[in-house]
Design a protein around this ligand. Sequence first.
Ligand code: NDP
Ligand code: OXD
Length: 310
Amino acid sequence: MTINVLFAARPERWDMYRGPLSDAFAEAGLDVTLAQEIAPGEVDYIVYAPNGPVQDFTPFTRAKAVMNLWAGVETVVGNETITQPLTRMVDEGLTKGMAEWVTGHVMRHHLGTDLDVLRAPGDWGQRTPPLAKDRPVTILGLGQLGQAAARMLTGIGFPVTGWSRTPKEVEGIRCLSGEEGLREALASALIVVLLLPDTPETRNILNADTLALLPEGAVVINPGRGPLIDDDALLAALDLGQISHATLDVFREEPLPEDHPYWAHPRVTVTPHIAAETRPETAARVIAENIRRSEAGEPLLYLVDRDRGY
Ligand code: NDP
Ligand code: OXD
């Protein structure tokens, strides 16, 4: 029997996803009708984006799963109209993109690239940056994205510490957890990268107290979520020189409001929530595999734990 899959992301995403999804369904041997509009009572699966047209899932009485195209689910976990299993996106393309973005921004600060871009003959001055082995990096969040970034950075030679909710063992990475682990992870970090989900436990994890644990002049890189940082505390730490630079991809309000102090701050780099994007070709295969599993009665991949919030 044909499986009806509703594509409930923003309309401009349709042209990007229609082909890859159709190909992935065919490859998985699934007979699927994929459309942007299907009578709600006839929908079997919903491919979903939090900024898409569907927010009330009550009419989708037959739907067997809601499949988020995003990795982050903070705006979805509280939606009580989703009674079906909810999956989040773990996509090889998105993961590689994040590891590359993090590595690029770590390298910018590590090498001091901005200082070496000369604008006038008088700027000529030669510096020798330390080697990666002498620049400890801490990653808060050691999940899919944190581990991928950690692996890329250790490959270059950075000593990497990762911090997570539950204890972990990952080869080549110093793994810490818990409150004491956080203190230890920050105390040694010349660069700290935030790759945590936005949950009640992680909100404002970088605040006046925790920023003060970092060595003076440390760099903050946040491709996670805006609420992980207490913005006033970060601005104060930047003004004091406790933090030498913050590269921020995500904000409490996006786009970042015109009058936000981050725009004018000389030691803040703002990027427009582009650290990593779900890639249709690889993501489509994840969606197809999950529908195949569901139809075969097998457990779904990447289920969200709504009580935990991620
Ligand atoms: P995962 O769920 O795979 O990993 C989350 C990590 O955070 C896990 O290691 C988890 O610990 C840890 N964690 C969660 N809560 C706590 C806590 N209270 N204390 C300590 N550690 C905690 O998520 P991903 O790696 O796939 O994604 C991370 C985040 O990146 C997303 O939630 C999203 O917000 C953001 N993101 C940003 C993008 C961008 O373009 N800027 C793109 C994609 C994602 P444990 O392992 O013990 O469960
Ligand atoms: C995501 C994101 O969560 O792009 O996937 O931020």
